[in-house]
Design a protein around this ligand. Structure first.
Ligand SMILES: Cc1cc2nc3c(=O)[nH]c(=O)nc-3n(C[C@H](O)[C@H](O)[C@H](O)COP(=O)(O)O)c2cc1C
Length: 239
């Protein structure tokens, strides 16, 4: 937070600056330092995130917090499963339609290319790419990993609520100096997570999340991504 934003918050001035800075400042980070995150800070973030809105206040979220030995155990099992089964692993729910159509295919391909370039992996280097995917299951070295589940009888409307909840967590974390990476990819690890965390069959693995202090010396933590302008995604009626 800038000094100016801090001053405005302290003085209770009406200004969107602080929230705007958090929204813009939250970026997906794929590499973290080993600076520990006090568990009290994680509890604090979850306590404030409970105020996220949800359809008819249903609050469909369930969360497993992984730190220390618990995190190590899950990471070891997940990396082992990935190295063994990477060719056959599938998520519990589809991430994209198959085949992916335009304009999403172009943005998807561009983003993957940018990420690979930042990570220094050639597009043809399958082993290098696999190694980078395995790092997802190490929570990119973040000391805190979160696994999110949801009662599978719920319908897509609850995914809307879930997305808002995840963003609320990420902003609350950013406001406390922490960085995050939301990770749908953990849905591929549902058999491991079910076993290691005792997640019942009745629950769907929605996503994971890294939380920690980003290593901002890494190129992949400094990517400039295209963001579509409101002139393109919004229609202003009768203005
Ligand atoms: C629902 C959701 C799932 C995501 N899953 C992953 C993931 O599995 N792995 C990953 O590295 N990034 C994941 N991301 C991060 C996106 O790639 C990232 O948000 C996007 O590229 C835009 O970058 P930004 O967050 O820095 O603005 C996910 C983001 C969202 C919203």
């Amino acid at each position: 937070m800038t000094r100016e934003a801090q001053r405005q918050v302290a003085e209770g001035e009406e200004s969107p600056l602080y929230i705007d800075e958090l929204i813009k400042g939250r970026r997906t980070k794929r590499g973290f330092t080993n600076k520990p995150v006090p568990i009290g800070l994680v509890k604090d973030i979850l306590s404030i995130s409970k105020f996220a809105p949800s359809s008819s206040n249903t609050q469909p979220w369930r969360c497993h917090v992984l730190t220390g030995k618990g995190r190590e155990r899950v990471v070891a099992a997940a990396v082992q499963a990935f190295n063994r089964d990477h060719e056959t692993m599938a998520p519990e729910y589809p991430f994209f339609p198959e085949p992916l159509h335009e304009p999403y295919l172009t943005t998807f391909t561009k983003f993957r290319g940018q990420l690979g370039d930042a990570q220094g992996v050639e597009r043809s280097d399958k082993v290098g790419r696999r190694r980078d995917v395995a790092r997802q299951f190490m929570f990119f070295d973040a000391p805190v990993g979160l696994i999110f589940t949801m009662d599978r009888r719920l319908v897509p409307a609850s995914f809307l609520c879930y997305g808002i909840f995840l963003q609320t967590i990420m902003l609350a974390a950013k406001g406390r100096g922490l960085d995050t990476c939301p990770q749908q990819i953990w849905s591929l690890q549902y058999p491991v997570l079910r076993k290691e965390l005792g997640i019942p069959e009745s629950d769907l693995v929605v996503a994971g999340m890294c939380m920690g202090y980003a290593d901002n010396s890494l190129p992949e933590n400094n990517m400039t991504l295209d963001k579509v302008e409101p002139e393109t995604f919004a229609k202003f009626i009768d203005v």
